[in-house]
Design a protein around this ligand. Sequence first.
Ligand code: NAD
Ligand code: SER
Length: 311
Amino acid sequence: MSKIMVLGSCGQIGTELVLALRNKFGANMVFAADLHQEAPQILNNGPYIQLDALEKQKVRTFIIDNKIEQVYLLAALLSATAEKNPDFAWKLNMEGLFTILDLAKEGYIKKVFWPSSIAVFGPTTPADKTPQHTIMEPSTVYGISKQAGERWCEYYHNKFGVDVRSIRYPGLISYKSPPGGGTTDYAVDIFFKAKSVGNFTCFLSADTALPMMFMDDAIRGTIELMEAPAENIKIRSAYNLAGCSFTPAELTAEIKLFVPNFHIDYQPDYRQAIADSWPNSIDDSHAQKDWGWKAQYDTKALVKVMMENIH
Ligand code: NAD
Ligand code: SER
């Protein structure tokens, strides 16, 4: 049994991924690591280490000394935050990846998961049912870092045999952990506002369609990809993965079935341009064919589970 580390474990994905991995492989096999001095209470059921992904030597020493053989590298700045600090976003999103890929190249790490994003696509990409292989001219620093990361993952696989696997996550929706500064964050906040105050001001326009996914699907897909036989993983850049797709107006209509007086108004800000450059929906047929991916939550099911679990 390999020891596993999730670096960037206290964020929206990491929190749920650590819990799911501990559930599957045993709490003591999964090290959570993040900048925070202490783990959030929800992660107290297993080992936690304060670690900065940019402190290369410390990361190397910890992984080598503890014989960690699988790393999920989640530490990054997301799209909206990255636009406010492009230099640092590039540094964080790239340097951490090289530290982990090099450890894998040297044989210490046997398997790497590194998440990409729908942000690798840009304004010249076909927006509907965006194919796996298509025009990719990202216009955000976040998207540029994810596209470069994908190229490096594929390069390390082809040149050095590194077993690295990746998914282009859509906007992820969960009720357990808040989102961390992305353009799709509205689609989480809207549920909490619908439940608490009954109204919401959206930073995207009513008709902005984006690919989205319920977190349970994302976590299941991630672990399924990592558990799939290596020969099935034909794509070593990152797989397209689709869950559902909706606009703020369509999401509002679904929420109104639970909160009939829910009111939304729209004040688009700088995130509108980011959203406008991204796909409306995703074609994930390669993931379906290669490792059997299938989403379980459509928009209706996602709204139901969110509304039932937010109190
Ligand atoms: P998040 O912002 O919620 O969490 C990121 C975590 O990384 C935080 O806990 C933060 O403290 C930690 N971190 C930041 N800098 C660090 C450093 N130097 N060292 C160690 N930890 C550090 O992000 P998330 O939504 O959980 O996303 C995780 C990954 O998935 C990112 O690479 C992101 O680009 C990708 N992704 C997320 C989504 C989404 O919708 N959530 C979609 C596409 C891709
Ligand atoms: N949800 C992410 C973001 O909006 C997509 O990568 O940044």
